[in-house]
Design a binder for this molecule. Structure first.
Ligand code: AMP
Length: 355
């Protein structure tokens, strides 16, 4: 099924990912309708329509679905019922099953393991007693994470020694959690691919990602020749995940490169921060190919346009340096139009193409 240019694409979520999707959609001749709970979301500023609604309001989401020709999401924490209410009224891509798996750190690890992937050692934890049992099995150092609603390192506690277990469990506030062994990694990278409904898959060069305080700070492409074996293994897994889910759109898998190979960390059923470099650095961006995939158009080529690209996030008050950034004529500056530069908030990014 092709959704022709001139049609309206519904995007659930109003952040910077929605904004950059809407900009790509506009280039291809589509209108976007944003659904988000915020008063003035960054994505709505560049879109034709905006509905303000809560993510758990199934009726409002169903009405939103009725008003668009195809729908996608850039926000992951939508509960199952509202998600299905939306999927019942309009074609929703990526498939809701992908979102349901990716929303839960336990189910995504089990899913990937079934397909032959290698996550860090993990165990579900629902009580203090279960944490002690899991620690006895996995050992310290380890990381306790909430199964749901965690992002950018939020909802995580490191356990360097068993004595840290009490404070770590307290910080989860009773939320169902997962204990993961701490991976001794040499690098972090992600695989970004785009799959069409007919099963065509395109993959971008994998970025090497550097985090600071749990938040992505820098992505560098290419990731480096020493990561090649891990990248090959990781890409094969990502293709299996996409095929198993009959996936449509951009899919991201994050990995650690460790001595044992590519260790799966998590997946995101959407465009991803570590793919922002593709806007200027690849023949077709992650945003354009996502729109192409959900509208049933042929996918664009993903090759790098220069030998090297780097993308740096502007976090919190980094954005105050905008004069200096705009003065750098080699810098592609993206600002998301967010009002307040709170600490840890992603305010924009800067991409540099390196010949
Ligand atoms: P996450 O929210 O799971 O992506 O975690 C944020 C960051 O914390 C990751 O990008 C890593 O830098 C670090 N991290 C998360 N899980 C682990 C792990 N099991 N071992 C080592 N580092 C981790």
């Amino acid at each position: 099924m092709t959704v022709p240019p001139g049609s309206t694409i519904g995007i659930v979520g109003g952040g910077q990912l929605g904004r950059m999707l809407a900009l790509a959609a506009a280039q291809l001749g589509y209108r976007c309708h944003i659904y988000a709970p915020d008063e003035a979301p960054p994505a709505a500023e560049v879109s034709a329509c905006f509905t303000r609604g809560e993510y758990d309001d199934a009726q409002a989401l169903a009405r939103f679905g009725d008003s668009v020709d195809v729908a996608t999401y850039e926000f992951e924490n939508i509960a199952a019922d509202p998600l299905h209410a939306l999927a019942d009224t309009v074609k929703l891509f990526p498939p809701p099953a992908a979102l349901e798996i990716a929303q839960d750190r336990l189910s995504e690890k089990e899913f990937v393991e079934r397909l032959g992937g290698r996550p860090a050692r993990f165990a579900p934890v629902a009580s203090r007693e279960e944490l002690d049992e899991a620690l006895a099995r996995i050992g310290a150092p380890a990381i306790l994470k909430t199964r749901r609603f965690g992002y950018d390192g939020k909802g995580q506690a490191r356990i360097m020694a068993p004595a840290d277990a009490g404070a770590a469990w307290e910080s989860m506030r009773g939320a169902p959690s997962i204990l993961e062994g701490l991976v001794d990694f040499g690098a972090e990278f992600s695989i970004l691919l785009c799959r069409s409904a007919s099963g065509e898959v395109v993959v971008w060069d994998a970025p090497r990602n550097h985090h600071s305080g749990g938040i992505l700070a820098l992505s560098e492409v290419p990731a480096g020749p020493e990561l090649r074996p891990a990248l090959i293994e990781a890409e094969a897994l990502a293709r299996k995940v996409a095929d198993a889910l009959s996936y449509v759109g951009v899919l991201t898998l994050e990995f650690f490169a460790a001595a044992e190979g590519a260790v799966f960390n998590e997946m995101a059923p959407r465009v991803h921060n570590s793919g922002h470099w593709t806007i200027e650095g690849a023949l077709t961006s992650q945003f354009e190919n996502h729109i192409r995939a959900i509208c049933g158009l042929p996918l664009g080529e993903t090759a790098l346009v220069v030998p090297r690209v780097e993308m740096r996030n502007l976090i919190g008050d980094d954005v105050d340096r905008w004069r200096e950034l705009f003065a750098d004529r080699a810098a592609h500056v993206h600002l998301y139009g967010k009002g307040e530069a709170r600490p840890g908030r992603k305010m924009g990014h800067v991409t540099r193409l390196i010949a």
